[in-house]
Design a protein around this ligand. Structure first.
Ligand code: ZN
Length: 105
């Protein structure tokens, strides 16, 4: 059996994702809820600052290194097997659209 990664689409509550998202940088991670930065993320389940439970993970690298997309996803899956991998570009665009709506709407 050959296991592969395929991108699929699923409906999520943006507020729920924002509250429980771990955003990986190159070396450390940020908490999307309280914006704590520099989190040493290996095996982490909760934010050390605000205590939120992480349910989703994303990586900033995925936008700049699209060719490495599936290696990044695999690394995240191995490191954080319980977390759902969210596409950073999708998340950023949706968040940007929501902020614009809140600002102008
Ligand atoms: Zn936090």
């Amino acid at each position: 059996m050959q296991k592969i990664f395929l991108r699929t689409y699923h409906e999520y509550d943006l507020e729920d994702v924002k509250e429980h998202l771990l955003i990986m940088g190159d070396l450390s991670a940020d908490c999307s809820k309280c914006r704590a930065i520099g989190i040493e993320a290996a095996g982490i389940k909760n934010c050390p600052q605000c205590g939120t439970e992480f349910r989703y993970v994303t990586s900033r690298r995925i936008e700049a290194h699209a060719g490495e997309r599936f290696q990044i996803v695999k690394r995240m899956r191995d490191k954080y097997p319980g977390l759902v991998f969210i596409d950073f570009g999708d998340y950023q665009r949706t968040l940007g659209a929501q902020k614009a709506r809140d600002f102008f709407g």
